[in-house]
Design a protein around this ligand. Structure first.
Ligand code: PEP
Length: 249
């Protein structure tokens, strides 16, 4: 049975006070036993979040990490710094990192390798732009993103990988992929992994969908066979909305 996961990507939102308010609200909700729940605050709020959550089932992820172990990288944060504050998961390859900070498949491969070698879990994001879908290139784009950044990993390393298919045209736009579009792409991804590795491995990897998931559409999307949960942006900033999504399986 694959993990079912709901992860909230807070992006550059929630200062110290807002983090405290949101996490206390999330803590007060009861959570289903069969769903892993994560939140990804800003770097400055990671330590606070880990200690505030204490032994709650919600875990804390970072939104980015540098590929180097240490050195002259002004403004950057390393894997050991994340681990030092109790963070064991990192989101990599979000479309905003790709478009605003010029991350690409090659630079992401370095981040993936460093993170995996250091024992981190990664939530690896990828997905096509609107023009790529319109011109029917979405499968090729996704195949390239996965092959170039992930397919040199050993089979054993995949126990540390969660995938997040996020069509760029659906992120923060209010427009979602239809459940059928999500299922079609997730099945395609699982098939790629099966071709490169094994059927067992392909069946074990959790593939999340991200892109305007809300309480009103989560159940339908999560009910698709190859959709194992969601990466949630906007709706993760509201405790009731986020917990409604967590409870939508
Ligand atoms: C995201 O940023 O990963 C995301 C899915 O955002 P939203 O849910 O707001 O579309």
């Amino acid at each position: 049975m694959r993990d079912q996961i709901v992860a909230g990507n807070w992006k550059m939102n929630n200062d110290q006070n807002e983090t405290q308010t949101l996490l206390n609200a999330l803590k007060s909700h009861s959570k289903p036993k069969n769903v892993r729940v994560m939140v990804a605050p800003s770097f400055t709020q990671l330590s606070q979040s880990v200690s505030l959550l204490g032994d709650d089932v919600i875990t804390v992820a970072a939104q980015n990490v540098n590929a180097a172990a240490s050195g002259a990288y002004t403004g950057e944060v390393s894997v050991s710094m994340l681990k030092g504050v109790g963070v064991e998961t990192v989101i990599l390859g979000h479309s905003e990192r790709r478009s605003l900070y010029h991350e690409n498949n090659a630079s992401l491969a370095n981040k993936v390798n460093t993170s995996i070698e250091s024992g981190m879990e990664i939530v690896f994001c990828f997905g096509e732009q609107l023009e790529e879908r319109k011109s029917n290139r979405h499968f090729d784009v996704v195949k390239e993103q996965l092959s170039e950044a992930l397919f040199s990993l050993s089979a054993a390393s995949w126990s540390q990988v969660v995938l997040a298919y996020e069509p760029v045209w659906a992120i923060g736009t209010g427009e979602t992929a239809s459940p059928d579009q999500a299922q079609e792409m997730h099945a395609f991804i699982r098939n790629l992994i099966q071709e490169k590795y094994t059927e067992n491995l392909a069946q074990e990897v959790a593939i999340l969908y991200g892109g305007s998931v809300k309480p009103g559409n989560a159940k339908e999307i999560f009910s698709m066979e190859d959709v194992d949960g969601g990466l949630i942006g906007g709706a993760s900033l509201n405790a009731d909305d986020f917990m409604a999504i967590v409870n939508a399986f």
